[in-house]
Design a protein around this ligand. Sequence first.
Ligand code: NAD
Length: 249
Amino acid sequence: MDAVDTLAQWVKESRRIVFFGGAGTSTESGIPDFRSAAGLYVTEQDSPYAPEQILSRSFFMARPEVFFDFYRGKMLHPEARPGSAHRLLARLEADGKLTSVITQNIDGLHQLAGSRRVLELHGSVHRNRCMKCGRFFTLEEVLADTSAVPRCPDCGGIVKPEVVLYEEPLDRGVLEAAISDISEADLLLIGGTSLTVQPAAGLVRYFQGRHVAVLNMEATGFDPRADLLIQEKIGSVMEALEARLYPAE
Ligand code: NAD
């Protein structure tokens, strides 16, 4: 029995699957991750600022025009479409097998694929708010504002994306929901994440169910606790898994 057969067997036996994912879930949709060879931490080495620095609260407040230049150019991908992993996870939820997708991603692709319970640990590019009056803006509205720093037409305040920057806390309600879902899960699928960004990555330690599978191209710190490791592209793995789970199609 190969690894995908084993995974398919576990999925069939499970009722409360939780998927915990990161940027690697969306690389096949054309959105670069941070730490792969083609990731932003490697390709941006000639830039005067490191991505972690630009994506910090203090940098945002001090140099919003540099932040928005990087953010618009590197972090916004409005043309990206969900891939096989996003689609299968939505299908498993619709079939009553998957409780939630817990993601560090900010791209909204899980919702676009049809997932309903998506716990976005780091927020979303689709939610933006005026820092002064609190008015809400969609991604489309933010994209339509081509000035160096997007500003609220009502009060002139800076429109900040509701993404969690370095130095900012995670939303307490989202964290508590993630801990609860992971604690009650029977199968934990970890995919497309280096598991290095804290406190998000530490949440997987709350799992006390039967099986953990890590679907990631590179090794992660949680591999020693995994019952199954598949170091291949998550989209291909999910396609193979879907073919095993729904063979008639
Ligand atoms: P990361 O860049 O640290 O790690 C990504 C991991 O995914 C790597 O270990 C890589 O080997 C693996 N990977 C890449 N492509 C893969 C594929 N096709 N199949 C399987 N594995 C693949 O990303 P992270 O752990 O999510 O942490 C980075 C932070 O950056 C997160 O906080 C996230 O919010 C943010 N981020 C988000 C996006 C997005 O929303 N799509 C993109 C870049 C960064």
